[in-house]
Design a binder for this molecule. Structure first.
Ligand code: AMP
Length: 226
């Protein structure tokens, strides 16, 4: 088998689900377990904003208001990233978020297998999770009292302050959920029709959800399914 054919065996795993479904946590667990590369488009864009790069300046207002940045910008960023990591498994957390993004991914993924995991969580639960979660201002670690209590020191293990993400304010949360319903939930049908969708219950503990996801990934790896 030549290199290209071998690389094409490594999957792209898409984590789908509303904001607050646990995509970030599950993506980190998966990356650690399988030694795959995770890209969180939200983290990536927040990093650009924090470093005040040209891209950061262009996308800042979209992030602050809970709106999606343009398909062109995000497709360009993610396709470069996928190409640079083509030789290993890739976990996409927060992408695609529109049908246009999903169509672009279909074009540049070549024949890499695509496994789409929908983490299902009712809206009332995600609203509670998002409004209570805090992130470390220094290392970005996420804390959520709906999953485990805040540290007694009320600071991160690294010593950083725990702060609320600007887009986790109540008005922005409801806007983000509207955006999800309108633009991202059609992806469920898109992937279901292509028989690529795997649904998991996202309401358990992070470990329980990870166990369900690992089982599904295990089946795919075992049977080499596309
Ligand atoms: P997240 O951390 O995944 O909730 O993303 C935070 C914000 O980053 C979103 O509300 C959007 O403004 C932006 N963003 C992240 N991923 C995408 C994407 N695939 N398409 C467009 N905008 C995105």
């Amino acid at each position: 088998m030549n290199d290209k054919a071998l690389y094409n065996q490594m999957p792209i795993v898409v984590l789908l689900g509303p904001p607050g479904a646990g995509k970030g946590t599950q993506g980190e667990y998966l990356a650690r377990k399988f030694k795959w590369k995770r890209i969180s488009t939200g983290d990536l864009l927040r990093g650009e904003v924090a470093r005040n790069t040209e891209l950061g300046k262009r996308v800042y207002h979209y992030l602050a208001q809970g709106q999606l940045v343009s398909d062109e910008i995000i497709n360009e960023v993610v396709s470069q990233y996928v190409n640079a990591n083509f030789h290993i498994g890739i976990i996409l957390d927060g992408y695609p978020r529109t049908i246009k993004q999903a169509e672009a991914l279909e074009n540049y993924r070549d024949s890499k297998p695509l496994w789409v995991i929908l983490i299902e969580v009712p809206e009332v639960v995600v609203i509670q999770r998002l409004s209570l979660r805090r992130v470390c201002a220094v290392c970005g670690k996420v804390y959520n009292p709906t999953i485990s209590p805040f540290p007694v020191t009320q600071t991160c293990k690294c010593g950083g302050d725990l702060v609320q993400r600007e887009d986790d304010q109540p008005a922005t949360i409801s806007h983000r959920l509207e955006v999800y319903r309108e633009l991202s939930s059609p992806l469920i049908d898109f992937y279901q029709r292509r028989r690529l969708l795997i649904k998991v219950d996202g309401t358990g503990t992070p470990e329980e959800v990870f166990s369900s996801i690992s089982q599904e990934i295990g089946k795919k790896l075992e049977y080499g399914a596309n």
